[in-house]
Design a protein around this ligand. Structure first.
Ligand SMILES: Nc1nc2c(ncn2[C@@H]2O[C@H](COP(=O)(O)OP(=O)(O)O)[C@@H](O)[C@H]2O)c(=O)[nH]1
Ligand SMILES: [Mg+2]
Length: 264
């Protein structure tokens, strides 16, 4: 394995007082063009942090995060792959036994959406047939930024009513958006994918991606398979849950006091 299994951040610090339920382990692989924010989305999910100039991932990085979904404890084992083409041939190693995948693109970059679609095709052809795939358009904070700064510009540009200069996409409110949400959503629906838009920078939508993936993974099917393959791991044990129905309640990194499905 030439993969760099570094960056081994684990989200398992807390929870010593919790009942010793063995979590259901689920392998999730992140795919997408370089620089769309794969590592940043995971960093937001696992450590609730964001780095403005994140260094590119080499090979792949491995991180874990535990979540509670209703009465189930789920441990995401996340493989964050490098997006560069030269690492493409390593990808099957990461998605081969994955139960879930988040395929990420940058909403301001059309080519990254095309690349996301090609990852989806590859997964649908070659990955586990039950794999849960989420399509994730990241960096939506840039749209909001652009829209507020271009509103300010709009007034000064009004008198300059020439067709060539001011009708560029950059001059409009939704300027930076290169992938229309409804187009991506329609594609996701047709291809049977979950769909989200996120900002790793602000955190918007990130927890929902993992919550909805966790809900969609056919845990009982996987448990039945595991049981058939060997002694059961005790995943069926019940545990007192602090999580809301249908939500994911992370077991660690509890910063902040968010009211949605997850505390991270
Ligand atoms: N504005 C903004 N920048 C982001 C976001 N996510 C990632 N970035 C930036 O995009 C660059 C690439 O991010 P990275 O996570 O390394 O992308 P990766 O190659 O797909 O893993 C970095 O400079 C990040 O700070 C986001 O949601 N919003
Ligand atoms: Mg990366």
């Amino acid at each position: 394995m030439s993969a760099q299994a570094a960056n081994s951040a684990t989200g398992e610090a807390a929870g010593a007082a919790a009942a010793p339920q063995k979590p259901f382990q689920t392998k999730l692989v992140l795919l997408g063009e370089a620089a769309v924010g794969k590592s940043s989305v995971v960093l937001r999910f696992v450590q609730n942090d964001f780095q403005e100039n994140k260094e590119p991932t080499i090979g792949a990085a491995f991180l874990t995060q535990k979540c509670r979904l209703e009465d189930r404890l789920i441990k995401f084992e996340i493989w964050d792959t490098a997006g560069q083409e030269r690492f493409h041939s390593l990808a099957p190693m990461y998605y081969r036994n994955a139960q879930a995948s988040a395929v990420i693109y940058d909403v301001t970059k059309a080519s990254s959406f095309e690349k996301a679609k090609s990852w989806v095709k590859e997964l649908q052809r070659q990955a586990n047939p039950n794999i849960v795939i989420a399509l994730v358009g990241n960096k939506i904070d840039l749209l909001k930024e652009a829209s507020s700064s271009s509103n300010a510009n709009a007034e000064t540009e009004e008198e300059d009513d020439d067709e060539t200069a001011t009708t560029t996409p950059e001059a409009t409110g939704d300027s930076l958006r290169a992938v229309p949400k409804d187009e991506a959503e329609a594609y996701a629906k047709e291809a049977g994918l979950l769909f989200f838009e996120t900002s790793a920078k602000t955190g918007e939508g990130v927890v929902e991606v993992f919550t909805e993936i966790a809900k969609k993974i056919p845990i009982d099917l996987h448990l039945a398979r595991n049981a058939a393959a060997g002694p059961a791991g005790g995943n069926g044990a019940r545990q007192a849950s602090g999580g809301q129905a249908g939500g994911v309640d992370l077991q660690s990194n509890q910063q902040g006091n968010r009211k949605d499905a997850c505390n991270c």
